[in-house]
Design a protein around this ligand. Structure first.
Ligand code: NI
Length: 256
């Protein structure tokens, strides 16, 4: 298994990072991809990943909920991220996207920042990790402009409709599936049933969204086993097949 989205730079993992990583390895997790969300991530994400080279891989990006302030301030943040792009290898640009859930004050700015980072992804031929919440229409419209230019990526923590799943994978993008698929009332399993397994990636979004039977607790990559179990039911195959295919998918997208 490969965890394509885990915030293990979160300070709650710090006291036991070595044993934490060993536990993931023992559970069959081959690699963990760590997204960035803001300028602080430029320090915390590489710091964690450099402790486990060849196992943890850093991504760089400005999360839509982190887009705030004056236009000058936003430009300054983007400039610092752009400068950092050249300082070391990054596995992806993410997490980036649109989030209108709590606040639409910066809707226009979010779209500008999203586009700017999609441009970087095209320029550098890097995949993207996309975050979209309550912004499906705008997100799809923007992605439709970029996928013909060669944009590659994953819709992280996908929980949309069957129709949206089809549109996203039809653009060549992957769906990142995590703990939500194990939640009792989630229709996610039905919504992705018609999507080929070749377009599915495993992820946790740790420390959030732990699957049943750990729902509500701190998430970790080893718990993806329970996501894989649910996917095995959806695709009527074995859990080993789910783990193998999603691992190959992640290796393909992120060129691991
Ligand atoms: Ni995330």
């Amino acid at each position: 298994m490969i965890d394509t989205h885990a915030h293990i730079d979160d300070e709650q993992y710090a006291p036991e990072l070595e044993t934490f990583i060993q536990r993931q390895k023992n559970a069959g997790v081959e690699a963990i991809l760590v997204p960035g969300v803001n300028l602080s991530s430029l320090l915390t994400v590489p710091a964690v990943c450099d402790l486990f080279p060849g196992y943890c891989y850093p991504a760089i990006g400005l999360h839509p909920e982190e887009v705030k302030g004056t236009d000058e301030q936003i430009q300054s943040v983007l400039q610092q991220l752009r400068d950092a792009l050249s300082t070391r290898p990054w596995i992806a640009i993410g997490e980036i996207g649109l989030d209108y859930h709590f606040d639409i004050t910066y809707k226009e700015q979010q779209q500008f920042v999203f586009r700017t980072q999609l441009d970087w992804a095209i320029e550098r031929d890097l995949p993207v990790m996309i975050h979209s919440r309550d912004a499906t229409e705008d997100c799809l419209r923007i992605l439709k402009e970029y996928t013909p230019k060669g944009l590659r990526g994953v819709m992280h923590c996908f929980s949309g409709s069957a129709e949206v799943a089809k549109i996203i994978t039809g653009m060549g993008l992957y769906l990142g599936i995590g703990g939500v698929i194990t939640f009792k009332n989630a229709k996610l399993a039905d919504n992705i049933a018609a999507i080929p397994l070749s377009k599915i990636l495993l992820e946790t979004d740790a420390p959030y969204l732990a699957p049943v039977p750990y729902r509500g607790q701190r998430n970790e990559s080893s718990y993806m086993h329970f996501v894989a179990l649910r996917l095995a039911q959806v695709y009527q195959t074995t859990v080993e097949d789910i783990k193998n295919v999603t691992t190959i998918n992640a290796k393909n997208l992120f060129q691991l």
